[in-house]
Write a protein that binds this ligand. Structure first.
Ligand code: MN
Length: 199
């Protein structure tokens, strides 16, 4: 897990409006979104036992976490196309959030940090590197993940139904692995969502 460093940079106020509007920070222990910047580009995957279990895939882009809810979770098999529904930008500190969002709050249920690490933008068009912001706007990004669990190239592509998350074909792909089943625990606490819910 990358340590988040506070540079005192005022950031992302308006971009977090949706995030803040949905939450009552007197009730939930989720972060409010302050002035934090990480030293490098981080990614995090949170397993979220909400009304419907899903995995939240988040990438640091320009001081916020770009976020997608992935109902079936990420896969290491390039043949799996996983629907990824874009959700509101989250504050960078959310990458460290693990806990139980109280009943009646938005997204009520247990959240664990299922995977975390850093990533690199490897998006190219016609042999040229494409900045991540442009790639996101164009609806296709390719990234190289250096997580504890997820490693190698992943692509996110916007379609009419939503975004699709796919493992790219590289030496780190694994057709027969079921990483969600094999590695259910938090990389922060070692707990499962079930253990966190039951506390
Ligand atoms: Mn969620």
């Amino acid at each position: 897990m990358q340590r988040l460093r506070n540079f005192g940079v005022p950031m992302a106020g308006d971009r977090l409006k949706d995030y803040k509007d949905k939450r009552d920070f007197c009730v939930t222990s989720e972060p409010t979104g302050g002035s934090i910047s990480s030293g490098s580009q981080i990614f995090v995957v949170q397993k979220h036992d909400a009304r419907r279990l899903h995995y939240d895939f988040r990438l640091e882009v320009n001081g916020v976490l770009k976020s997608w809810a992935v109902p079936k979770g990420p896969s290491t098999n390039p043949k799996d196309k996983r629907l990824a529904i874009e959700t509101e930008d989250h504050p960078l500190e959310y990458a460290n959030f693990e806990g139980v969002i109280p009943e009646g709050q938005y997204g009520a249920g247990a959240v664990i940090v299922w995977d975390a690490g850093s990533y690199r933008n490897i998006t190219q068009r016609d042999g040229q590197k494409v900045p991540l912001e442009d790639a996101l706007e164009d609806g296709h990004i390719a990234i190289w993940l250096e997580g504890r669990k997820l490693k190698g190239g992943y692509a996110l592509t916007r379609t009419a139904r939503g975004w699709i998350l796919v493992k790219m074909k590289d030496e780190l792909a694994c057709v027969s692995c079921d990483i969600l089943k094999a590695e259910p625990r938090s990389v922060l606490s070692g707990k499962t969502v079930e253990e966190l819910s039951a506390k």
